[in-house]
Ligand binder design. Structure first.
Ligand SMILES: [Zn+2]
Length: 241
């Protein structure tokens, strides 16, 4: 076998050594496959190239100083950029809990240098920068988007393709709801609040039209259904609290 392989005449080798010929054929098939794979890799590379670009250090992050807080999820930077936090949503100006969320955001970032990290899209349709925001507070780096959800001042709100921390936000929100933090506490209280009528001894949901008609002197607030029953009130038949 070894002897055959060492012969120098190619046609002789092919003619005389079917095994070597087979080996060469296999090698050429293998090389062809490697070539196609490389081509495919290059193709994939071209497709993901822009995404990769964002991930390089310069393109995927930035720094700025927060000069004003617009609400619980938007801030203005010293250089004029408006930054909308990715993956979360805080109450708007007209919504309950807006001020609380805004103040909490101020406590975290106002007049501080922040580190911005971008996802797939850098800006939204309003030209606001979409970012994950980090701030250093007494030597510790705080992930602001996550912290606001964790404290119950914003909701998890994922808009693809910017989904890098979506799972984290959902997890933090679940914990915040469970422990009744921030806006979740308010919501829980709203549900757990009942309005009793001292005259009729009937209690209602606060949204019931009969509850709204109760005069101030006759009005009594209960924190729980159980509490209203204990005080000798019965549930309204209309709103079924
Ligand atoms: Zn009612």
């Amino acid at each position: 076998m070894v002897k055959i392989g060492t012969r120098t005449c190619l046609c002789g080798i092919v003619a005389l050594s079917p095994r070597l010929f087979l080996a060469l054929a296999l090698l050429s098939i293998l090389l062809g496959a490697i070539h196609s794979l490389l081509k495919l890799a290059r193709h994939t590379d071209a497709k993901t190239a822009p995404q990769r670009l964002w991930r390089t250090k310069k393109a995927s992050e930035s720094y700025g100083v927060v000069i004003s807080v617009i609400d619980g999820d938007t801030v203005r930077l010293l250089d004029g950029r408006i930054v909308r936090y990715i993956g979360i949503d805080a109450p708007e100006r007209s919504q309950p809990f807006y001020m609380e969320a805004k103040r909490e955001n101020e406590k975290l970032v106002l007049r501080k240098r922040v580190h911005l990290q971008f996802d797939v899209q850098r800006k939204d349709q309003h030209g606001r920068w979409l970012a994950y925001v980090f701030v250093k507070t007494s030597g510790r780096e705080i992930f602001v988007n996550a912290e606001l959800v964790k404290r119950g001042y914003a909701m998890a709100y994922t808009v693809p393709p910017n989904v890098r921390y979506a799972d984290l936000f959902v997890r933090l929100q679940r914990e915040a709801v469970r422990s009744g933090k921030g806006l979740w506490r308010e919501q829980r209280d709203r549900i757990a609040t009942y309005i009793g009528n001292k005259r009729t001894l009937i209690f209602h949901r606060p949204t019931c039209k009969y509850a709204r008609e109760i005069s101030q002197p006759n009005r009594v607030v209960f924190r729980s259904r159980k509490g209203s029953m204990k005080a000798g009130y019965r549930p309204c038949k209309a709103c079924q609290p």
